[in-house]
Every structure is written in structure tokens, then in C-alpha cells.
Write a protein of this length. Structure first.
Length: 274
């Protein structure tokens, strides 16, 4: 397996479980930073590497009236300041090729959203930056189909790649996660991340927004750690009911430490078999 370097961290077989966590979307500098500080304190206590995550633009919201975030320019400024203040790498999504160059000036990891994982031009542009590219597997793809995504990035000159599982469509407004997908994608030769909170999302389940079943997110974290993954992607918030996006599937900050402690303990066993 390729070992991917992200700032001071190494991700892959034999390295600690990477935690990418934060609010779904940037909710201003102060609150986003406060959430990041609490997550960092938890990860430092547990000895887990931490990457701050938040979107500067949620381009695939269900409704035109939904909050999308501060946008590219202001969002990258906020992410750059949080990166400096916390001293950790940062990750956010890109949605169009025209965003990639600008985003790469700030981001340590460029994330390709699940709906866009087959967009060749976007994958190629992200790969050419030399930054780590995290591609979320589309809800419409089998895990073995991600080999084509891997090939597009590798053939564009980059091996700085991670793949993320976030569930697959199963009937209307429902996602399920096939845990086989984690070792199947790992066999493609790159680190695999489990998106714990989006995997319990109910897409469009609230009419003009997505719902979720956050009570199952800790189970997904523990299950993924048992199967063997290289990192966990988690959306968290001090008050999910107030979150401006994806609140129904978030893990509350006051529950996060126990979830991560459990995952770390299980990971110590699971990675021996991975």
C-alpha cells in the first residue's frame, strides 16, 4: 500500500488512524475554530493525527434556500487562518476545475465529492496540483469501480491519493454501507477512509434538506475500525440542532472522545488483519 504524507502525518498501513473532523460547512471563523480546537484537544489526548475539515461551499444542497457557506474566496481565507491557528492540515471540497488552483494554495487535501468522482477533468486538475486528493466513492458506484478513478489520478502523475467510503444508494432516500468495500478499495493500493457521518445520511429525506440517523454514526466508526481502515471522516458540532448543514447525521462534540477512543482501541486489533 502507498503511504500518503499529509503535513507532519503519514497515512496508511502501520500508521495511526487519521481523523478528519469538523463542521459540515464553515459557519464563520470563530465557531469553526472553536469546534476545531475541541476536536484537536481530543485527538491530542488520544494520540491521533488530526485534519480540520469543513466546506467553503456546499454546491449540492437540496434547496436553493439552503446555506451553502462563505464561498471560495472568504472560505479559503477562513481555512488558512484556522490552519495557522490550530497548526493542523485542512481539507475541503472542490466542485469545478476553476477552483482547484486557488484551493491548492491553502488546502493540504483536495477532496472530490462523491457525486463528482467520475468527473475526469476535475480529477486530473486535482492530481496535477501535487496535493493529496481524497476521492469519495459515488453512491452509485461499486467499490471495484473505483479502480478507474485511481487510474485517472495515477496516470495524471500523482500517487497522493486516498479513497473514501460514504455508503451506496439503496432505494429512495436511503444509504447502506457494504463493509466489504473497505478492504476491496484498500486492495487498489491506497489508504481508505470511512465517512462515518455521511454514511448515515438520508439524502433529501426532509424534503428541502437531507436527514440523517446520527445515533448510528458511532456504530459505523467502530465497524469500520474493526474491518480495517486508515482514517475516519466525521462531521461534528457543539450543537448539531443549530448546524447550518447536515446536523441530523453529526456526532455531537461531547460524544466524540468516546467514539474515537473506541475506534482507536478496535483499530489496534483490526489493522492486524487488514
Amino acid at each position: 500500500m502507498e503511504i500518503v504524507k499529509i503535513g507532519p502525518y503519514q497515512v496508511g498501513q502501520g500508521h495511526p488512524l487519521l481523523i478528519m473532523a469538523g463542521p459540515c460547512v464553515l459557519e464563520g471563523y470563530e465557531r469553526s475554530l472553536a469546534i476545531g480546537r475541541r476536536v484537536k484537544a481530543i485527538c491530542d489526548k488520544l494520540g491521533l493525527p488530526y485534519v480540520f475539515k469543513a466546506s467553503y461551499d456546499k454546491a449540492n444542497r437540496s434547496s436553493l434556500d439552503s446555506f451553502r457557506g462563505p464561498g471560495l474566496e472568504e472560505g479559503l481565507q477562513i481555512l488558512a487562518q484556522i490552519k495557522k491557528d490550530l497548526g493542523v492540515p485542512v481539507i475541503s471540497d472542490v466542485h469545478e476545475t476553476c477552483q482547484v488552483e486557488k484551493a491548492a494554495e491553502v488546502l493540504d487535501i483536495i477532496q472530490i465529492p462523491a457525486f463528482l468522482c467520475r468527473q475526469t477533468d476535475l480529477l486530473v486538475e486535482a492530481a496535477r496540483t501535487g496535493k493529496v486528493v481524497n476521492v469519495k466513492k459515488g453512491q452509485f458506484l461499486a467499490p471495484w469501480d473505483m479502480k478507474n478513478v485511481v487510474n485517472k489520478i495515477v496516470e495524471s502523475g500523482s500517487r497522493n491519493l486516498m479513497l473514501t467510503e460514504r455508503g451506496v444508494s439503496f432505494g429512495y432516500n436511503t444509504l447502506v454501507t457494504d463493509m466489504r468495500s473497505l478492504p476491496i478499495m484498500r486492495d487498489l493500493g491506497f489508504p481508505v477512509i470511512m465517512d462515518v457521518t455521511h454514511s448515515v445520511q438520508i439524502p433529501g429525506g426532509q424534503g428541502t434538506s437531507s436527514g440523517g440517523q446520527s445515533k448510528y454514526a458511532p456504530h459505523m466508526a467502530r465497524a469500520a475500525a474493526a474491518v480495517g481502515v486508515d482514517g475516519l471522516f466525521i462531521e461534528t458540532h457543539d450543537n448539531p440542532a443549530e448546524a447550518l448543514s447536515d446536523g441530523p447525521n453529526m456526532i455531537p462534540l461531547d460524544r466524540l472522545e468516546q467514539v474515537l477512543a473506541d475506534a482507536k482501541a478496535i483499530d489496534a486489533i483490526g489493522r492486524r488483519e487488514a
